[in-house]
Design a protein around this ligand. Structure first.
Ligand code: SF4
Length: 596
């Protein structure tokens, strides 16, 4: 058997549910996963080679092709707005290969979706390390260094970023860009305070405080956190799990990146509070591959928490309160932000969403009751237990209680992370970030809502404009349909897992229709088709498919005039199938008359 596979199996054990970790370890060592690795893994884990290949092929950053270095250049809307084309040209010229290729030195140039750096674009992941604020000169400098055989860490072109980014254990060029602090981002919290208070209460009392606070999940869906914990707490199965969803993949979102950087201790304390409430002994942080550069920093925070008895056995002296956390890296798949896909991924499989019910609180990780919560949610819980549910309700609006972290990017003077109270209007937000001549705002990422000036009076809150945190601003110099809507539709085409016909096919069809209109070949009927075909997506299994048409429907709703400007009239552009025309050339070749 291959020695590396043998070592990995010795370290992790022959556990098929840890296949993701094994593939990551092989790739880390060898840069790719070979046929030999696949065969050996299948044999050791007593699964088929097809099962290994299925997992390997599902994730964006797994590969079976060797390369000395890999440059993944981000292809998000905001990256394109800030000069990605020039950076791409510099990479292509200095590597002497095109996007998608491998140059003669073994350096691959690849494209990827948003890597969580919309406040410092263009950005790339190079051998798993984030290179933000790229320019053509910086791109050439990195390529030259790689070609000369320099270490990737020696090719940093910026000093370390701010806060924890500057510490040796993280040592990253990424900046936090925290622009506005509030209940969470203010530095008033003393780590351990909430857990000290919680262990003096019963599990149900802790859940009661969270329910009183009115806290709703901060990942986007907005399900009441206390209720989710209560469902899990009352599940009859004794084995339960806490999962932190740190797979922040919605394009334009990066606020969890900042929390993971600056509030890691608070996050793990929040997970311990959840464990105390529902009776879980094991927690898992699912970290998106793009944030792999934080792994050492997060492991460090876990070790510190163990030293302070905030994790481990008999936490803070409470007999029987045992809880610890492991970190699971993802492999790059937007759909894994959906909680059941994320669980499938953690079990070593393709991240395909499960049918619901049962919900994860009933049958989640390893078919056991599982509470999946977002990074921001766990951090917020610490302050709620510290100060009380009633205290938290004083902030925000009646229906949308407390504060929300926004990731704001695009055409504005001060992109970054802002902690606001729910209820702020879009207009107030635009003033806050220094946006001028704004044409549109994408609220909630591509799966959200593209709104125009006549909606800027609207409020950011669950009852009106709900968001998981992504806010992208476009000024009146932008071609909304070409630069924004088409990019979003391409994103959904790439990220659909392909299980549902409605999602797999409709996104493709919508893309083709939009391209036809953008090429100046669209007619009124194409708009009607876009509107009616968009409805097919609603029957899809998960949120990705159900919202994949939103860029089309919301842009049609709020920017119909942009489509109308491109429409043609006349039969030449009507989409129809003319059999006689289609076979005319073939008939001519074989000397036959059509329809005879
Ligand atoms: Fe997969 Fe799309 Fe179906 Fe979701 S809706 S399960 S992403 S095909």
């Amino acid at each position: 058997m291959n020695l590396l596979v043998q070592k990995i199996i010795d370290d992790i054990g022959p556990k098929a549910d840890r296949l993701m970790d094994m593939l990551l370890a092989i790739q880390q060592e060898k840069s790719y996963v070979s046929n030999e690795h696949i065969a050996d893994l299948a044999q050791q884990l007593t699964i088929s080679e097809i099962q290994v290949r299925q997992t390997l092929s599902f994730y964006h950053f797994f590969t079976s092709k060797p390369a000395r270095h890999r440059i993944y250049l981000n292809d998000s809307v905001v990256a394109n707005m800030h000069g990605r084309a020039e950076v791409l040209q510099a990479f292509e010229e200095s590597l002497a290969c095109k996007m998608g290729g491998l140059n003669s030195d073994g350096i691959a140039l690849l494209s990827t979706a948003c890597i969580g750096m919309s406040d410092q674009e263009p950005a790339a992941l190079i051998d798993g390390i984030v290179f933000p604020s790229l320019t053509p000169e910086r791109a050439r400098y990195v390529v030259e260094g790689l070609q000369e055989g320099k270490d990737i860490q020696d090719l940093f072109y910026l000093p370390s970023g701010d806060g924890e980014n500057s510490k040796e254990v993280l040592n990253s060029m990424v900046n936090n860009n925290i622009r506005k602090t509030g209940l969470l981002l203010d530095d008033y919290y003393q780590v351990g305070t909430a857990l000290q208070l919680a262990v003096k209460k019963s599990d149900l009392e802790v859940i009661g405080i969270v329910k009183t606070s009115g806290l709703r999940g901060r990942g986007g869906a907005g399900f009441p956190t206390g209720m989710k914990w209560e469902f899990c707490r009352f599940s009859e199965d004794k084995e339960k799990y806490i999962i932190c969803n740190a797979d922040e993949g919605e394009p334009g979102t990066f606020k969890d990146r900042v929390l993971l950087t600056e509030k890691a201790a608070m996050l793990f304390e929040g997970m311990a509070l959840a464990a105390y409430s529902i009776g879980a002994k094991q927690g898992i942080l699912y970290l998106r591959y793009e944030y792999k550069y934080m792994l050492g920093h997060l492991q460090n925070a876990l070790n510190t928490a163990r030293t302070k008895h905030l994790l481990g056995k008999n936490i803070l002296g409470k007999q029987g309160f045992d809880f610890d956390v492991r970190i699971q890296l993802g492999g790059g798949a937007y759909v894994c932000g959906e909680e059941s896909s994320l669980i499938e991924s953690m079990e070593g499989k393709r991240g395909e969403p499960r049918y619901k019910p049962p919900f994860p609180v009933q049958k989640g990780y390893m078919n056991k009751p599982t509470s999946v919560n977002n990074v921001e949610t766990f951090c917020k819980v610490c302050r709620i237990i510290e100060k009380g549910g009633e205290w938290y309700r004083r902030y925000g609006t009646k229906q949308s209680v407390g504060t929300k972290l926004l990731s704001i990017s695009g055409d504005c003077q001060r992109p970054g992370v802002y902690e606001i109270e729910w209820g702020m209007t879009i207009e107030q937000m635009l003033n806050m970030v220094g946006a001028q001549n704004t044409l549109a705002v994408q609220v909630g990422g591509p799966s959200g809502n593209l709104i125009g000036e006549d909606s800027f009076y609207r409020k950011i809150c669950y009852g009106d404009l709900s968001t998981g945190g992504s806010m992208m601003i476009f000024d009146n110099s932008r071609d909304l349909l070409k630069e924004v809507v088409l990019n979003f539709i391409n994103f959904f085409v790439d990220e659909s897992c392909g299980s549902c016909v409605s999602c797999r096919v409709t996104t493709q069809q919508l893309k083709q229709k939009l391209e036809k209109i953008l090429q100046g070949k669209g007619v009124e009927q194409d708009i009607e088709d876009l509107l009616s075909w968009s409805k097919f997506n609603l029957v899809s299994r998960c949120g990705l498919g159900q919202t994949a048409a939103n860029p089309i429907t919301t842009s049609l709703q709020n920017f119909r005039y942009l489509y109308n400007q491109l429409l043609q009239s006349g039969k030449d552009f009507e989409s129809c199938f003319n059999m006689e025309n289609a076979v005319k050339e073939s008939c001519r070749v074989v000397n036959r008359i059509p329809n005879r």
